[in-house]
Write a protein that binds this ligand. Structure first.
Ligand SMILES: NC(=O)c1ccc[n+]([C@@H]2O[C@H](COP(=O)([O-])OP(=O)(O)OC[C@H]3O[C@@H](n4cnc5c(N)ncnc54)[C@H](O)[C@@H]3O)[C@@H](O)[C@H]2O)c1
Length: 256
């Protein structure tokens, strides 16, 4: 069931990365429903443009490869031109190379660090000035439970998501005086519709996975989007440098 919108983001402009599908798309829908104007960005142009059309006039799409400094510069300039400001940066873009350590190539490792970690750094740097001049903002970096604990076959992903958690805190300390808040979200297992790059095309057995989780289900994309909504809104005005674990209790401890 959809929450009734109460305009929690009224007047705000949000730039969301990797927003063409799955978690990022749900974040774009919920943000728009709550009154934000949303710049949907992704490297998936067709899906991104379709989503913007679905949402309507409060949304627009622009291609942004988060690893490219020139893309960031042009996208932030475009956002300012289109909407006049940027209040929220939600960094959702990510890739997940899966391989045992012995087989993980340097290229896979570097690609993962490049998109997930370097992309997040470049995004924070790109919005700092307009947010500072605009009187503040909220930066939300999507990490993972792999930013809190390690996982087998996910070495580069784990490294990149720990990096996101760390840079979130460093940025929060620097940007606090400018009223720019920076927080990280750490989702557990999220039910997504389309296969993610590097993952098997077969749909994972989410029911079986959920059975081992304290809340007895995997997350829905809306579970993560609603946490992002809280962090984007003024309800979280006194929260910065913090970690928001959204994992149904997985990291609370062993269940034996
Ligand atoms: N699905 C999960 O179980 C889960 C769990 C924890 C964390 N996460 C994190 O949540 C985020 C979204 O995950 P998802 O499951 O919706 O995955 P997804 O692959 O569907 O979405 C990620 C998006 O990022 C985009 N992207 C990839 N490389 C990019 C680049 N260089 N520049 C711009 N965009 C790029 C993709 O095109 C895609 O639309 C990711 O950061 C992921 O690591 C997912």
């Amino acid at each position: 069931m959809e929450d009734a919108p109460v305009n929690r983001l009224s007047g705000k402009v949000a730039l969301i990365t990797g927003a063409a599908r799955n978690m990022g798309a749900e974040e774009a829908r919920i943000f728009a429903r709550e009154g934000a104007r949303v710049l949907i960005t992704d490297v998936l142009e067709e899906a991104g443009a379709n989503l913007a059309e679905e949402i309507g006039e409060s949304a627009s799409f622009r291609r942004l490869d988060v690893t490219r400094e020139d893309d960031w510069e042009q996208t932030v300039a475009h956002c300012l031109e289109l909407f006049g400001r940027v209040d929220v940066l939600l960094q959702n873009a990510g890739i997940v190379p899966m391989a045992p350590l012995e087989e993980l190539t340097r290229e896979q490792y570097e690609a993962c660090m490049n998109v997930n970690a370097t992309g997040t750094f470049l995004g924070m740097r790109a919005v700092t000035k307009p947010m500072r001049l605009g009187g503040g903002g909220s930066i939300i970096n999507i990490s993972s439970i792999q930013g809190m604990v390690g996982s087998p076959n996910l070495l580069s992903y784990t490294a990149s998501k720990f990096a996101i958690r760390g840079m979130t805190k460093a940025a929060a300390l620097e940007l606090g005086p400018h009223k720019i808040r920076v927080n990280s979200i750490h989702p557990g297992i999220v039910r997504v519709q389309k296969p993610r790059p590097g993952q098997p095309v077969q749909t994972p057995d989410y029911e079986a996975m959920g059975a081992g989780i304290p809340l007895r289900r995997v997350a829905d994309v809306s579970d993560i989007a609603r946490t992002a909504l809280f962090l984007a809104s003024d309800e979280s005005a006194y929260t910065t440098g913090s970690e928001f674990i959204v994992d149904g209790g997985m990291l609370a401890g062993p269940t034996y």
